[in-house]
Design a protein around this ligand. Structure first.
Ligand code: KG4
Ligand code: ZN
Length: 341
């Protein structure tokens, strides 16, 4: 079965054709990073306009690279939540129009849910269940209890910044560019993670929630020389930047790993799945190598936003009969948000 996936939740316009939920036949991502870089973050209005320009060429290219035509596609899956409303609307409208015009089933997919599914793409590992899932990206940092890929429950989430957002803000503080994750990740590789002690927000002992705003503020104070070192007046050298990046990264990873461990124990997990942009992080991947449970990361191409994960999860939803009506809505929040989060 061939599913066409469409993704436009934030600042990437993406389309992909995936066979039987696993084999990625095409994965086209048109990134808007250059448009947003000078603002050091995503500008919603600019994002929507760029999606309008990109959506049809990206879909055509995904079909072409996959060597198929719209008539041969079995269903159309679209990320319809969560995200920026103006961005979501472009992908959802395109998907609904194609589904209606060609009489294909439409499948609304939760983008965060699809980040968890991304670990299965191309490699199709056998993942022991139940599992604990972590989605760590620019918009989300949350823990899930998975009985299987369609049976997912939110068990903890960030109370303020997402971890990827903290990376982006820290990179902005250090004037390093956008997005900050990959830049800080490479700097951290050559730095000393014990050079500066940044706080680890563990919250209370049993909590599965996260908080990264204190860490970001502590780093800001460090950089501005609030500890009496007057660093603000002297530009930092490469070594100092590497040490800050490594120390910041160590604080993020310590918290992520600790919370994964707590959740794994609580739910007697047999494995861990980690998705979202920050799952590309080398430090996090290295730290999880010595974890007491097998850990599954997506192939690098499917860590950040993409439509292959939308098509992949779309296939599973289709198989279980969960198609969507043609009046499918774009929704800004995830289906997993509950009263406590
Ligand atoms: O999943 P994604 O593309 O978009 C959201 O759904 O938010 O994630 C983008 C985020 C950005 O904040 C970016 O800085 C972060 O993922 N990121 C990384 C790395 N690569 C991307 N963070 C840490 N280390 C990386 N190597
Ligand atoms: Zn994402």
């Amino acid at each position: 079965m061939l599913i066409l996936g469409i993704e436009s939740t934030c600042d990437e316009t993406a389309a992909s054709v995936v066979e039987d939920g696993l084999a990625v036949r095409s994965n086209i991502v048109s990134s808007q990073v250059d448009l947003h870089a000078k603002y050091r973050g995503v500008v919603p209005e600019i994002a929507s306009r760029a999606h309008i320009e990109n959506i049809l060429p990206v879909v055509s290219q995904a079909l072409e690279v996959a060597g198929t035509r719209l008539e041969e596609i079995d269903a159309i899956a679209v990320a319809h939540r969560p995200g920026l409303i103006g961005s979501l609307l472009i992908g959802v409208t395109a998907a609904k129009t194609l589904a209606w015009a060609r009489g294909k089933p439409l499948i609304g997919v939760d983008h965060v849910h699809a980040h968890l599914y991304s670990v299965r793409l191309d490699v199709a590992p056998t993942i022991p269940m139940p599992a604990v899932g972590l989605v760590c990206s620019g918009g989300h940092t949350a823990l899930y209890h998975l009985k299987d890929f369609l049976n997912v429950e939110l068990v903890g989430s960030t109370l303020d910044d997402a971890v990827g957002e903290a990376y982006d803000k820290v990179a902005a503080i250090l004037n390093l560019g956008y997005p900050g994750g990959p830049i800080l990740d490479s700097l951290a590789k050559d730095g000393n993670p014990r050079a500066i002690h940044f706080p680890r927000s563990k919250l209370d002992r049993d909590s599965l929630d996260f908080s990264f705003s204190g860490l970001k503020t502590s780093l800001l104070y460090h950089v501005k020389g609030f500890q009496g070192k007057q660093r603000a007046t002297t530009p930092m050298n490469e070594r100092e930047l590497q040490d800050i990046a490594a120390s910041f990264q160590a604080a993020c990873i310590d918290v992520l790993v600790e919370k994964i461990k707590r959740a794994a124990r609580k739910f007697n997990a047999k494995s861990i799945v980690i998705g979202g942009g920050v799952s590309a992080n080398r430090g996090l991947r290295a730290a999880m190598q010595s974890f007491f449970l097998p850990t599954f990361f997506p192939p690098m191409a499917y860590c950040t936003d993409n439509a292959a994960m939308i098509a992949g999860l779309g296939y599973e939803l289709l198989k279980s009969g969960r198609t969507s009506p043609l009046d499918l809505d774009a929704i800004t929040h995830s289906q997993f948000v509950d009263a406590t989060h």
